[in-house]
Design a protein around this ligand. Structure first.
Ligand SMILES: Nc1ncnc2c1ncn2[C@@H]1O[C@H](COP(=O)(O)OP(=O)(O)OP(=O)(O)O)[C@@H](O)[C@H]1O
Ligand SMILES: Nc1ccn([C@H]2C[C@H](O)[C@@H](COP(=O)(O)O)O2)c(=O)n1
Length: 419
């Protein structure tokens, strides 16, 4: 957005816009044109309708304040949403151009009072936002204009891009492939989230050695899976059976900070979990000199949850198998074996209901959001180098343990005393 003399909307004209009606259906795509378009389009009509319409985007040059403004914007719009109005996710992007995605919201107002106008005015007074309005001409053509100037553009449908737009910003916004990239995010947070400083100090204290050779050490076995798939149960049994050290990611030293970072937008939250893996890696490197190490969640979890949250809609929208997005970070210690516990949705829900513990917001979402759970599970399976081995964790704890001990025994090069 370099040229300030140009209308803001003119600068968005090279972009495509996406509006999601819900997670299960295909979004609609449109672009803006200065030349008239043919009247009446059923796809646009289905989403844009006849009422008042606003698109709102959080503005900001720096990524941390922009990400936090987007979260605040969502909270404000959700909390104050008047009856007769609904909120849809929207985004603007340049097809197949990495890091070009800008997320925002579509406010549809079919109320008699046109209440959305008041909300948008209040938002513009309080926050740095960019607002576009959409109006429908008598011939059915939609016009889009910036509320700060009178220039209007015709709205015209656009083809769906090859790569789903929600995948464009994943690298270094949702998933981090080097410690320094996640570290930088928390450095940028220090003024607004003071806890970031303490987290960074803990990372530095670990004296991390970049991907040091594990040739001489004992095996490192990571247990992964959705919540309530039996990770805690299995890791305790494995610890006992193998005389192993049990570690987890995020590590215990980050436990007090976790609730704070869990309320932050993905950029910050995922950087926190990424750094947690590097602290755990340093612990693994130390402990594996003396004994086998079992790890309860590690990088597969960080990446799979981050990807599944970032990618909207259906499983088909995930980056394709073999994408660089599923590659292991170049500087993170690699385990000897990663096992993914898999249980049927029914069995997982049965275990969750028996447990009756408090669940994090994301876990509750998993319970109600079958789509999200499928995306996490599929992302786990697509991660490479090392890929995970899927374990059927539906049977009894003893049976699962036996199965896993068998897998460990059959894995080449894993040396366990007593196995
Ligand atoms: N193989 C199994 N068969 C039946 N129930 C099981 C089995 N493994 C674990 N459970 C029970 O399921 C519940 C969840 O198990 P557990 O806490 O081990 O899962 P988890 O993957 O660690 O969950 P979270 O990630 O949410 O901490 C517990 O009540 C546990 O006793
Ligand atoms: N290494 C890790 C561990 C956990 N997470 C995130 C992913 C989920 O949001 C949540 C699940 O953890 P649990 O509630 O089972 O302790 O934590 C991660 O990103 N990386």
């Amino acid at each position: 957005m370099a040229n300030r003399s140009m209308s803001r909307l003119t600068q968005w004209c090279s972009r495509i816009f996406m509006v999601e009606i819900n997670q299960k259906t295909e979004p609609i795509y449109f672009s803006l044109s200065s030349t008239p378009v043919s009247a009446g389009n059923k796809d646009l009509e289905a989403v844009l309708g006849n009422g008042k319409l606003f698109a709102v985007y959080a503005l900001g040059d720096a990524r941390v304040p922009r990400a936090r403004s987007h979260t605040h914007l969502k909270r404000a719009l959700t909390q104050d949403l008047p009856p007769g109005c609904d909120l849809l996710n929207t985004a603007s992007f340049l097809p197949d151009v990495k890091n070009s995605l800008v997320n925002g919201f579509f406010l549809r107002d079919n109320s008699v009072l046109s209440s959305s106008e008041r909300i948008v005015t209040q938002l513009r007074q309080k926050a740095s936002v960019c607002v576009f309005t959409y109006t429908r001409e008598q011939n059915g053509v939609y016009l889009c204009s910036d509320v700060t100037d009178d220039r209007s553009y015709y709205v015209t449908t656009a083809p769906a891009p090859l790569r789903h737009p929600s995948t464009l910003n994943i690298i270094n916004s949702d998933v981090f492939y080097q410690m320094k990239d996640a570290y930088k995010v928390l450095q940028e947070c220090i003024d607004v989230i003071p806890e970031s400083k303490a987290v960074l100090e803990l990372v530095e204290e670990q004296q991390l050695e970049p991907n040091s050779s594990q040739d001489e050490s004992f095996p490192i076995i990571v247990i992964e899976g959705l919540d309530a798939t039996g990770k805690t149960t299995l890791t305790f049994s494995l610890q006992k059976a193998l005389g192993a050290v049990l570690l987890k990611s995020p590590p215990q030293c980050l436990a007090d900070f976790r609730p704070r970072f869990d309320t932050e937008p993905p950029l910050i939250r995922r950087a926190f979990y990424a750094l947690g893996n590097y602290i755990t890696a340093a612990q693994i490197a130390r402990e594996s000199s003396y004994a086998p190490v079992i790890v309860d969640r590690y990088w597969h979890s960080t990446a799979a949850y981050a990807i599944a949250t970032a990618v909207s809609g259906r499983e088909e929208n995930l980056p394709a198998v073999g994408s660089e997005i599923y590659e292991w970070p170049c500087d993170l210690l690699r385990p000897s074996l990663v096992l993914l516990l898999s249980v049927s949705p029914e069995e997982r829900l049965r275990r969750l209901s028996h447990r009756g513990l408090d669940k994090t917001e994301e876990e509750s979402q998993l319970e109600i959001n079958h789509l999200f759970r499928r995306k996490v599970d599929e992302a786990y399976r697509r991660i490479q180098n090392p890929a995970c081995i899927v374990v059927d964790a539906n049977p009894s704890p003893d049976h699962v343990l036996k199965q896993v001990l068998g897998l460990i025994r059959n894995k080449n090069n894993l040396q366990f005393p007593g196995l």
